[in-house]
Each structure stands twice: as C-alpha cells, then as structure tokens.
Design a protein around this ligand. Structure first.
Ligand code: BDR
Ligand code: CA
Length: 309
C-alpha cells in the first residue's frame, strides 16, 4: 500500500487526479490533501477541494497552505479554469472540514508518523512542498519520491518556454528539483498526450453520479481548452497520480532538470542538458510517453468504482 500526500490547486484536472486516487484505497492511502494558491486564490481552490472530497464522502484531512509563491505575486488561470477555479458543476453547500493550522506543519506530522515512506504528489505550484523541504530537511528520508505535474522539456503553455505550475513559482520548483529526493516529472511532453477525447467525455454523461461530475468538469475544461488550440483535453494532473497507480503505461528517462528563475523571457522554463559528456545525477525521471487508451481507462474505471460505492 503506497502512502500519498496530495498537494494541489483544484483545478479541473486536480479534481480528476484526486478522484482517481480516492477510487483505489486498496492501492494508495491518501494521508492528506493540501491546497496552494495557483489556478485560483487559496480560498477558492480550497473550496473546490472541499466540494470534491465532500462529493465522494471522503474522510481525508484537508488543509490550506500558502496563498502565494515564495517570491513573486500569484498569477491565477481563470481562462482555463473559470472564476471559481473549477467552473462547470454546481455544488451545493457543504461543511467538509478544513483542518486548523498550515499545510506544511500537517504534511510534516503526517509524513513523520507514517509507517512507510510517503510519495508526495504536487499538482500545483510547488510552494508548499519547497517550504516543507526547507523547514524540515530531515523529512527527506521519509519521502519515497515526489510525483509532480509541472514543466516541459520541449515547450511551455503560459509562455513559449514555461509551464503554468513552474512559471507561478520557479524558485519553489528549483528547491524541489535540487532537493536530492527523486522526482518524477509529468511535464507537458507527456501530459499533452494524456488527452481525453470529446466522445470519451460525452460517454461519462449518463453513467453514475461521479462519472457525471467528471463529465461536467471535463465539458467546461474542454470548451476552455479550445482557445489554446486543443480539440481534446489533456488531463495534465492525472498523470502524476496515474504514474503511481500504473507506472507501466509511461515511458521516460532520467535527467537533471534545471529551472530558470531569473527575470528573463525564460522565467519558469525547465530544461535538461542532453550533451553526452555532461555528468548527471539524473534525479528526475522525466516522463515522455503514455499509452493514451490505458490512461483514459484508468480514469473511467476509477469513476465507475466510485459510482458503484
Ligand atoms: C497545470 O496548470 C494548471 O492549470 C493545471 O491544473 C495543471 O496543474 C497544467 O499546466
Ligand atoms: Ca493543478
């Protein structure tokens, strides 16, 4: 049984990643979910996390982290995720509990007390995770690896060179990539292959209640994706969870990933040195390909499992 902590900024794709992980309690134990200002403000993404967790009657501790990146102001992504950060479905009122205290403190306590090493999942800007590693460096021994959605070796999405999660807080990403902890990077290279088609989205509409929620999320996300040139919808964040559940559907290679943190046009860019003679510790496993059909099946089957509960 893998022990997970999920740090996120829901976010349509964050929500689908949480749902997929929650559908497999026999394989992964979600110790907690923490939120970070990213796709929307901290209060909005926390409300979205409450809505998702309450929708499936989860009993997973939820806690708020940082409102903003380490150095710069927060850039949100309303064009992609709407004003709420997760537009589409209507959720009624819910009182899903938000723990008192800060995410970093909760992550620390939970990881220290876990029997096994923990896999940290980062689905938003890496601010909380970087603060955890800086505040409690001894925690590194208890972290198996960090599975992140972020970056891209060949291109960006916020700018030509930088992907959103890394662009929002490159200083935090730099800390994570250089922490010495193995990182598995689901960057745009792989996540833009992890698409769900329009027909597949529509096939979720008249199944159970959780599949219908996923339909509503993906329908909005699919429409908003059109402005960025997508016909189908890349479910970026789900890759970071899918890798934990089904690593065999991915391929990748090990590299040292560097992050540009200066104020140039390349701010937030992730890159690797491909020259053969450079010595690399290769502590990042950069995912480059995914079997799209297996990826979509993982999602739809997880939704069916939740529907049948
Ligand atoms: C990433 O940015 C966010 O908008 C998504 O939730 C995902 O984590 C994709 O670049
Ligand atoms: Ca996200």
């Amino acid at each position: 049984m893998k022990q997970l902590w999920i740090d996120c900024d829901p976010g349509h794709d964050d929500a689908l990643a949480i749902l997929t992980a929650a559908a497999h309690p026999d394989e992964v134990n979600i110790l907690g979910v923490s939120t970070i200002g990213g796709n929307q403000t901290l209060d909005k993404v926390t409300k979205n996390a409450q809505n998702v967790l309450s929708f499936i009657d989860a009993r997973i501790p939820l806690v708020k982290g940082e409102e903003r990146p380490l150095v710069k102001e927060l850039n949100t992504a309303p064009e992609a995720h709407g004003d709420s950060g997760m537009d589409g479905p209507y959720f009624g009122d819910n009182h899903y509990p938000v723990e008192r205290g800060h995410a970093v403190q909760h992550m620390y306590q939970s990881i220290v007390s876990a029997e096994d090493k923990v896999v940290l999942v980062g689905l938003g800007p890496l601010t909380n995770i970087a603060l955890l590693l800086k505040s409690f460096p001894e925690i590194k021994e208890k972290i198996d690896f960090i599975s992140i959605m972020g970056g891209g070796i060949s291109h960006g999405n916020v700018t030509a060179l930088a992907e959103f999660n890394i662009y929002v807080d490159p200083e935090a990403a730099d800390i994570v990539f250089n922490s010495g902890i193995p990182v598995v990077m689901s960057g745009l290279d792989v996540t833009e292959q992890a698409e769900i088609t329009v027909d597949e989205i529509h096939s979720l509409k008249n199944k159970g209640k959780v599949s219908h929620l996923a339909y509503q999320l993906l329908d909005f996300y699919n429409q908003s994706g059109r402005q960025f040139g997508f016909i189908n919808s890349p479910v970026h964040d789900l890759c970071a969870v899918a890798y934990i559940l089904k690593p065999e559907i991915f391929t990748g290679s090990k590299h040292d990933v560097e992050v540009i943190t200066d104020d140039s046009d390349a701010r937030g860019m992730t890159y690797i040195d491909k020259r053969r003679h450079t010595k690399q510790s290769g502590n990042t496993y950069v995912l480059t390909d995914v079997n799209r059909k297996d990826f979509v099946a993982l999602l739809t089957e997880a939704l069916e499992l939740l529907d049948s509960r």
